[in-house]
Design a protein around this ligand. Structure first.
Ligand SMILES: Cc1cc2nc3c(=O)[nH]c(=O)nc-3n(C[C@H](O)[C@H](O)[C@H](O)COP(=O)(O)OP(=O)(O)OC[C@H]3O[C@@H](n4cnc5c(N)ncnc54)[C@H](O)[C@@H]3O)c2cc1C
Length: 404
């Protein structure tokens, strides 16, 4: 048993960032990475954007195999941890291997939410969470004869795929049950702008729709019941959210709270087990939250590395996120919530602007559309805890840089 070794479960952004941070720290720990997917850790954001659009676009690996080998990191590719034995401090893999750990790090991410009435795999129903999903969907988008896509769920992934499919000249119909797009994450003002953008791209977006059921023949979905009427459906993307992969942790008796519960140093309720990335829930300004973003995965990995090498530091995130939807670049920093006062700031073109959101006179969040420079400075303002007055941020002749 290698009692000083660090075993990382998961082969995504958080796992890759943790490997890099441990190597940078140069502490010489033995590291083993168990990756369920049969591919080295890769960048997930392009899967709904450039990777889907370009038939020959390769996966962007975080590091190639020779890097892991050179760092002495053992990668168990295409293998899965099926059980954590906390008493003997070892994990059981689906291949039958047992791997002992000194510290274990769970970086298991999320999985796509399934629709309860569509539990069987159908040839024309797609989801998008990993490289295998993206390869299937890409092949379909580039080869199908009937080019009509129904996207169920107007969240980030659904809208990114909708925009990419339009760019590939598909007709696209987005069905969203809420009364506006991205309602949980974004302000109504930005939602409305995004809706107009998709409409201008030629996408039909139906809001507040109820989906009543699915008709299936063999392995093919033929139509779905929308607002009580059947709608012929030749291709469907199910993008109705993600759920955290917490089963391993739950079976091992770790505390779960809408994600694997972690403290500010990324420790779970077992001090020898840490968790990072999309699968965790953590304290943010007095509330427990879970984030699905590259920023969160990378920053939590750095904090976990510090904990593992004995120089623990607190996770104090400034959440940020981006999305690209057919030429529209969205950037968000801080977390928007209902009830904030909004101050718009125009950008250099009509389609370029930022929205500054305040609780009282405290700047809490900034959303930007096609305004990367303003957004960069807005992020620095939030990171520095600055809250310039409404009239200063609204005046586009005053550079945000000068307000730092
Ligand atoms: C299509 C798409 C587009 C996105 N676009 C953006 C974007 O534009 N901007 C942004 O900030 N974020 C984006 N995200 C979100 C971002 O990719 C995630 O927040 C990030 O990947 C989280 O990293 P993670 O390591 O926590 O989880 P993941 O990257 O999901 O990795 C988890 C890994 O763990 C593996 N695993 C799970 N269970 C086990 C087990 N028992 N044993 C071994 N391995 C296991 C999984 O197979 C997976 O490979 C996007 C996500 C997707 C799917």
């Amino acid at each position: 048993m290698a009692s000083d070794s660090i075993v990382i479960v998961g082969g995504g952004h958080a796992a890759a960032a943790l490997c890099a941070s441990l190597v940078d720290a140069g502490q010489g720990h033995r590291v083993e990475l168990v990756c369920a997917e049969d591919v080295l850790p890769y960048q997930r954001p392009p899967l709904s954007k450039a990777f889907l659009k370009e038939a020959a676009e390769p996966l962007q690996l975080h590091k190639d195999g020779s890097w892991f080998a050179a760092q002495g990191i053992t990668v168990h590719q295409g293998d899965r941890v099926v059980e954590i034995k906390r008493d003997s401090k070892e994990v059981m893999l689906s291949s039958g291997r047992r791997v002992g750990y000194g510290h274990l790090v769970l970086a298991t991410g999320t999985r796509a939410r399934q629709h309860p009435e569509l539990s069987v795999a159908l040839d024309n129903v797609f989801k998008l969470r990993n490289a295998a999903d993206a390869q299937l969907l890409r092949h379909h988008l580039h080869t199908a004869a009937e080019r009509e896509l129904v996207v169920m769920g107007g969240g980030f992934i659904g809208l990114e795929v909708a925009a990419t499919a339009r760019q590939l000249n598909w007709s696209v119909h987005v069905l969203e049950s809420a009364s506006r797009l991205l309602a949980r994450a974004l302000s109504p003002e930005l939602s409305e702008f995004i809706l107009q953008h998709h409409n201008a791209m030629g996408t039909v977006v139906d809001l507040g729709v109820s989906i009543g059921g699915f008709n299936v023949q063999g392995r093919t979905l033929t139509d779905i019941q929308v607002a009580g009427a059947p709608r012929k459906t030749s291709s469907l993307l199910l993008s109705i959210g993600a759920i955290p992969e917490v089963e391993l942790a739950a079976q091992a008796g770790l505390q779960i709270d809408n994600g694997v519960y972690v403290d500010r140093q990324m420790r779970t309720s077992d001090q020898d087990i840490l968790a990072i990335g999309d699968c965790t829930s953590f304290d943010y300004r007095g509330a427990r939250i879970r984030l699905e973003s590259v920023q969160n995965a990378n920053d939590q990995a750095k904090v976990a590395a510090a904990t593992l090498i004995g120089s623990a530091t607190d996770y104090q995130p400034t959440p940020w996120f981006w999305s690209e939807q057919g030429g529209l670049r969205l950037q968000m920093v801080g977390l928007w919530r209902p009830g904030l006062a909004v101050v718009p700031r125009a950008g250099t073109t009509p389609a370029s602007f930022s929205l500054f959101h305040y609780a009282g006179d405290e700047l809490l969040a900034v959303e930007s559309a096609n305004a990367p420079v303003d957004h960069m400075w807005a992020r620095k303002l939030i990171e520095a805890g600055r809250s310039p007055s409404f009239d200063l941020v609204a005046d586009r002749d005053i550079p945000l840089k000068s307000l730092l």
